[in-house]
Design a protein around this ligand. Structure first.
Ligand code: GLA
Length: 707
């Protein structure tokens, strides 16, 4: 029960959360670096008391953990809705508080609007990431229509004046954008029905000019793969707050009497730099989000898509498998084009059985060959979709998301199946499970290639039900096949979030494998996701999406930032290229056993064209660094490189891979680059390294391991 003057507190290894239940409004007093014990709670309350300005309400309106309009709060309220027009406003009072060592749950009640809210704060002791889960219950006797329901509203420091978001488009996801936090509300709203290319569900607020190594930040991520909304606002009182939650379409959530709805979890991390925030999110995701199989060394993929597109048959695939295996691949993934009626993107989606005209004996010989060469086998699916030209659509036109009387615009010639319907989920489960059983599939590339338009489910908006349906189907498959690895792909990286990653364990980061575009794509992705789940492939010399030509060295080094693999026609590479690929594959294999526990480091650079990223093993004994120049630097020599995250007292042997390709660009290459060197971590982090002359689109790999 609620004692007067109560302060509720959870501590983790590096953070403290303080919530107050003083008075009517529950408040977050602190979430940030660890604080000493509070000697006198009532003194702290008097410190947190707030002034009441003129010309406003006669009482203070502090920022609640669940702000409501009935208290007079004029910023973003957490809940909006009504009961056939009435109960349009809420006033929540604390009903109950429950505390354990790692969690605090506030139960709030509005007896007039007949609504109960439970909001739970869980602070992970190891990573210091805070998870907030909120539930809404209708305690009334008729339906309550919910139009807004935020997962959490967090205050942040007055000194935070910048907001970083990740935005993008197909082929260029996760681009970093900065906005000033001033008088107006900043809003991110995604209504695409998937996590989207455009608005990644996260936002980082922080001190001016915060970067990889400097400035306090508060980063939040919503673990949800549907529609959502974020707002960042400085109120006229000067208080600043950040709010996030699912976005609800008109009439989408009608809460029946006694029914409860869960908000998607919000994950928050307070840190002293982006690198620290990233390392904490990675630690958290590895322990609490990602499937167990992601902890094992990640195999090298060879994916058939850009090698062959739809143009394959058994003979071609067998040759591709051989060529990919000879280049070091460990898992062969047959992409789109293998199922009934699928020779291009106009038909076939929904008919999940092997096409008998191209593969009369099924995929058995292919799979046997893949295994004979020592590789694993993966298969592409796009379960949520259907082409109007398909057996499935012919038999079940009623199975698509649609609005009666309206024509749903096609995207890539396809419509979306209504996964809110149990019959649709059953059909998909049975189709996929039959193939997993028949071919002992190791891995599924689970694709989802369109935005949801007119997402009607039996006359009502159905995005929330769709997302729950996708989660349910994946949960069913992963519990039946716990060793089956599933990748989340959505025209590249349009479905990457901790919601989908509770069920999948790898992301196809982008359809662009142009290594220069990948630098910013992978940098943004890496803020919230660890490298071992980032699909990164070496593509053809001329990137298919951008037409840019790059060296194999640059393509391979950029791919080594993630789960290394191939997206090229290995049948048509030279012996020299094959040898190079094998060499990089060997490097990848050397490090991958510690990468799943590594810390990643972004080295901030003065010249925005120089990209330096490092992965350091948990024991600080091993590390490797990718150094890539995107376009011509503004100085003849690259700026000095100071490494991060090493043990100052350890001695490291530093060796450079790829320097030979730079010989013709300078009269002299620094000695350590050519012959390697053994120096202390302290020298590497303080004095730093003089890099060789590096032209546009060049890349080096630095291996730095304990001597
Ligand atoms: C999407 C994916 C690609 C590929 C194609 C196949 O675009 O992002 O990687 O699988 O579909 O149609």
């Amino acid at each position: 029960m609620k004692p007067a003057q109560a302060i509720y507190r959870i501590d983790s290894s590096e953070a403290t959360l303080l919530l107050s239940a003083n008075g009517a409004v529950p408040r977050m007093l602190w979430f940030g670096a660890s604080l000493p014990q509070i000697a006198d709670p009532s003194a702290l309350h008097s410190l947190c008391d707030i002034a009441v300005p003129q010309a406003k309400l006669d009482t203070a309106v502090p920022l609640s953990i669940f702000p409501d309009s009935g208290s007079g709060f004029m910023g973003p309220v957490a809940l909006e809705g009504h009961r056939a027009g009435s109960h349009f406003s809420c006033t929540f009072k604390i009903e109950h508080i429950e505390q354990s060592s790692a969690s605090i749950e506030f139960t709030l009640l509005d007896p007039v609007a007949e609504l109960r809210v439970r909001t739970e704060f869980l602070l992970d002791s190891d990573s210091s990431v805070l998870t907030i889960n909120t539930k809404l219950e209708n305690t009334g006797s008729n339906a309550f229509s919910v139009t807004k329901f935020a997962s959490a509203t967090l205050p942040f420091a007055d000194t935070f004046t910048e907001c970083l978001t990740l935005n993008g488009r197909w082929g260029l996801e996760f681009q970093q954008h900065r906005s000033a936090i001033s008088a107006n509300q900043l809003r991110i709203k995604n209504t695409s029905g998937r996590t989207s290319h455009e608005y990644f569900p996260a936002c980082i607020v922080g001190q001016q000019h915060f970067d990889a190594e400097r400035g306090q930040v508060l980063g939040v991520h919503l673990g949800y793969s549907g529609n959502y909304e974020f707002t960042v606002e400085r109120l006229s009182t000067g208080e600043a707050c950040l709010q996030a939650g699912m976005a609800i379409l008109p009439g989408e959530i009608n809460l029946a009497p006694r029914a409860v709805i869960d908000s998607p979890p919000l994950y928050a991390c307070a840190a002293n730099s982006l690198n620290q925030m990233t390392q904490r999110f990675h630690r958290f995701a590895r322990r609490h989000v990602l499937p167990k199989w992601t902890r094992a060394p990640r195999p090298i993929h060879a994916n058939s898509w850009e090698a062959l597109y739809f143009d394959h048959d058994e003979k071609t695939l067998l040759a591709l498998v051989d060529a990919a295996a000879n280049a070091g691949a460990e898992r062969f993934v047959l992409d789109d084009g293998w199922f009934h009626g699928r020779r291009d993107d106009t038909s076939g989606l929904g008919d999940w059985w092997v096409d008998k005209t191209i593969y009369p004996q099924g995929l058995h010989s292919l799979v046997a060959h893949v295994r004979k060469r020592g590789l694993q086998f993966g298969l592409w699916f796009e379960p949520e979709m259907v082409n109007p030209v398909s057996e499935l659509y012919k038999n079940h036109p009623e199975w698509v998301l649609q609005v009666e009387g309206q024509d749903t615009p096609l995207a890539r010639n396809q419509l979306v199946l209504n996964l809110g319907l149990p019959a649709v989920r059953d059909y998909l489960y049975d189709s996929i499970a039959a193939l997993v059983d028949e071919y002992k599939i190791d891995y599924i590339k689970w694709d989802m290639n369109r935005d949801l338009v007119l997402p009607g489910n039996n006359g009502q908006a159905g995005v929330v039900a769709q997302v729950n349906g996708v989660y349910e189907l994946l949960d069913r498959l992963t519990s039946a096949y716990p060793a089956l690895e599933i990748e989340s792909c959505s025209s590249g990286g349009a479905r990457a979030d901790y919601g989908i990653l509770l069920r999948t364990g790898r992301v196809w980061t982008s359809d662009s494998i142009d290594p220069i575009d990948r630098l910013t794509i992978q940098r943004g992705f890496g803020l919230f996701f660890p490298p071992e789940i980032m699909g990164a492939h070496v593509g053809h010399d001329v990137a298919h999406l951008t037409g840019r030509a790059t060296s194999l060295q640059t393509r391979a080094i950029v791919a080594l930032q993630g789960q290394y693999g191939y997206e090229l026609d290995a049948r048509h590479i030279s012996d020299d290229e094959r040898e190079q690929l094998v060499g990089y594959a060997e490097r990848y294999k050397q490090h991958r056993h510690w990468v799943a526990e590594c810390t990643t480091w972004e080295v901030p650079t003065r010249d925005a064209s120089l990209f330096v990223k490092g992965q350091v093993s948990a024991d600080q004994a091993s590390s490797f660094w990718t150094v890539v120049v995107s376009s011509s630097l503004d100085t003849t020599l690259p700026e000095k490189l100071r490494l991060l995250g090493l043990d100052g007292a350890k001695r490291y042997r530093i060796t450079v891979v790829g320097w030979e390709a730079l010989k013709s660009f300078a009269k002299h290459i620094p000695d350590w680059v050519v012959s390697g060197a053994v120096v202390s971590g302290s020298e590497l982090m303080n004095i730093g390294l003089n890099l060789p002359v590096m032209p546009a689109q060049s890349a080096l790999l630095l291996d730095c391991s304990e001597a």
